[in-house]
Ligand binder design. Structure first.
Ligand code: PEP
Ligand code: MN
Length: 342
């Protein structure tokens, strides 16, 4: 069960709720986010009636949630969440709601020229945010690991030039502060989805988190990872399906589009789809991007490189700027067909 407190929260009201809960032998977990303060009730919730809590001063609502993920559950916020990214009021980027949002850019930041060309290209094409890895935790320690802090500075410069908010991966708990000081959205990579220390740390950050599904995680495990971030206080979580590992070898991963429907039914969080890592081949990105929008995805995360054959990372699945631009026209048509804008 979850108790949502009205803002601004009066400490005595909070104390009254927690002591009422504890007096019945249950535990109360207070989570103070930037937007809401909630109290998670842990234990046999039959010991406390919903109406007994609903009538306490300062309580906005009480939600009974049966799933193991509480804050991430649809029951917690039936209307669905919208996550606003970036700080430029002239260029609001909203993930979730009536429009489909496209985040695009290179796999990794390789240098100024390529990054600025990619940023300009995706901006003109209609992307609402720029992606690009400065830290690249790769499968091989001998592969390009990213430019690190210099890459973050280039991303910030690309934002200045285009106005696009920046989405970039944060590889470890110790780097959250540094990455958050340059980025607009903290990306949790698939390999880190169950790095609970990292999830808790981004849960304390004041900017949104894009949480990639691990290649071997069930949807429930993915939503539980979101729950970690939210329980630590950050409710601005965007889920990202990026393909899972199966027996199939003709694609890099198997893009699980059913996860969009399932996650959206069970959770209020916006869901975006990454057809680039989901398939591993540029030629499959277009059909799967369109299918994702048809399936109800709130957005797409697409790798775009000004010259894919020279890319230091994931060139084979990266679109050229021209292909990206024409894909955006098709995305617009499919979005309109399912009642959404772009
Ligand atoms: C990426 O987005 O470039 C990336 C490394 O993705 P994933 O964590 O899904 O493999
Ligand atoms: Mn990549």
């Amino acid at each position: 069960m979850i108790v949502v407190m009205r803002r601004p929260v009066v400490p005595e009201n909070l104390e009254r709720v927690t002591s009422t809960v504890r007096a019945r032998g249950l535990d109360a977990h207070v989570s103070e986010g930037h937007e809401v303060v909630i109290i998670g009730i842990i234990g046999d919730v039959r010991q406390v009636s919903r109406s007994a809590l609903e009538h306490l001063p300062g309580v906005e609502r009480v939600v009974r949630v049966l799933q193991p993920f509480k804050l991430a559950s649809r029951g917690y916020r039936p209307e669905g969440s919208e996550v606003t990214i970036g700080t430029d009021p002239a260029r609001p980027a909203v993930i979730g709601g009536a429009t489909v949002a496209v985040i695009a850019g290179p796999c990794s930041v390789e240098g100024d020229e390529m990054l600025f060309a990619a940023a300009e290209g995706v901006s003109k094409g209609g992307a609402v945010a720029l992606r690009g890895g400065a830290f690249k935790p790769r499968t091989s320690p001998y592969s390009f690991q990213g430019l690190g802090e210099q890459g973050l500075e280039l991303l910030a410069e690309a934002r200045r030039r285009t106005g696009l908010p920046v989405v970039t991966e944060v590889p470890s708990p110790g780097s959250v502060e540094l990455v958050a000081s340059h980025a607009d959205v903290l990306q949790i990579g698939a390999r880190n989805m169950q790095n609970y220390a990292l999830l808790q740390e981004v849960g304390h950050a004041s900017i949104p988190v894009l949480l990639k599904r691990s290649m071997s995680a069930s949807i429930e495990e993915w939503l539980m990872a979101a729950e970690y971030i939210m329980a630590a206080g950050n409710h601005r979580v965007i889920l990202c399906e990026r393909g899972i590992r199966t027996f199939e070898t003709m694609t890099r991963n198997t893009l699980d589009l059913s996860a969009v429907a399932v996650a959206k039914q069970h959770s209020h969080l916006p869901v975006v789809v990454d057809p680039s890592h989901g398939t591993g081949y540029a030629s499959y990105v277009r059909p799967m991007a369109l299918a994702a929008v048809a399936a109800g995805a709130d957005g797409l995360l697409i790798e775009v490189h000004p010259d894919p054959p020279t890319a230091l990372c994931d060139g084979g699945q990266s679109l050229t700027i021209d292909v990206f631009t024409s894909l955006m026209d098709e995305v617009r048509s499919v979005a309109a067909a399912v009642g959404r804008g772009l």
